[in-house]
Design a protein around this ligand. Structure first.
Ligand SMILES: C[S@@+](CC[C@H](N)C(=O)[O-])C[C@H]1O[C@@H](n2cnc3c(N)ncnc32)[C@H](O)[C@@H]1O
Length: 268
């Protein structure tokens, strides 16, 4: 199942409380930052691009707060959602973070699909993307595009997504799921597009909720509700509640995320 752009824009424009509730995505961002600090602790970033940056530019802000680099010249935020229109503080948050590192820099935001963004003379030495690429229809084409048109020679790609067992409880009940690619498929695609994989990790991150209602609320607040395309009626809603209640554990109602995180380098 693929989710269309209008649906994604709708979901993420509504989720003003995203940062508060996206604890799985925050952990993924931290895994990526740890990759960078472990494998390239003295990295100097001049041109940073965040694809699917989100309303508060969470990943860029977190990353910059962890970097020793003082050379930042530009920070580009790209998202399907108009970040500045929906959250006018996005630029202020970034300005505040970057100004503590560096005086001359430029923050730019584009409302654009990451896969359609065709930069003229991009010299990005770091492209980051947290919890976004699982929605792309053609990830292979996207990776090739990044390698050929966006990254500078030896540039770094730090990115994460969800993989095959993501939300397996929801998939079992609704028989619906995004089309996820496995770790091996991502490794193949990265190699084909000319990337060297420096580090990668796949893990399960279960969350537990007091009720099915609280779980549905979580999906809504984090914008990842891929049930949105389901045509609900009273009967199907009741069936969903009933089936999900059967999965209740001692900790509560489970929802399991299956993240996959990569640090890669453009080979030449
Ligand atoms: C789960 S949020 C992640 C936000 C942020 N990267 C973080 O670390 O929390 C995914 C973001 O990707 C954006 N997005 C989804 N598909 C996109 C696409 N094809 N191009 C650009 N942005 C996209 C959504 O609008 C949303 O803001």
């Amino acid at each position: 199942m693929s989710i269309n752009k209008q649906r994604i824009i709708h979901n993420f424009s509504q989720s003003s409380l995203y940062s508060e509730h996206a604890i799985v995505q925050q952990k993924m961002a931290q895994v990526l930052i740890d990759f960078l600090l472990t494998h390239n602790p003295n990295v100097q970033i001049k041109h940073l691009v965040d694809l699917g940056a989100g309303l508060n530019a969470d990943f860029t802000v977190k990353l910059l707060n962890n970097l020793a680099s003082k050379n930042l010249a530009s920070a580009l935020q790209i998202d399907l959602v108009d970040l500045v229109k929906i959250n006018s503080q996005t630029i202020d948050i970034l300005d505040h973070t970057i100004s503590s590192l560096q005086e001359d820099y430029k923050v730019t935001t584009y409302q654009q699909a990451a896969q359609d963004w065709l930069p003229a003379n991009s010299k990005a030495d770091l492209v980051i993307s947290n919890a976004m690429v699982q929605w792309l229809a053609d990830p292979q084409e996207f990776l090739t595009h990044l390698e050929a048109q966006v990254l500078a020679p030896h540039g770094i790609l730090l990115f994460s997504m969800f993989t095959t067992n993501n939300f397996h409880e929801l998939a079992a009940i609704t028989k619906q799921s995004l089309t996820y690619y496995s770790l091996q498929q991502w490794q193949e695609m990265l190699k084909t597009s000319g990337f060297e994989i420096v580090a990668c990790v796949e893990y399960m991150h279960p969350l537990y909720f007091a009720s099915v209602k609280a779980l549905l609320e979580h999906l809504k607040l984090t914008g990842v509700n891929n049930l949105a395309q389901t045509k609900w009626n009273k009967k199907s809603y009741y069936h969903f509640y009933e089936q999900y209640e059967k999965l209740r554990t001692d900790y509560g109602i489970p929802l399991t995320y299956n993240p996959l995180c990569f640090m890669c380098k453009k080979v030449a």
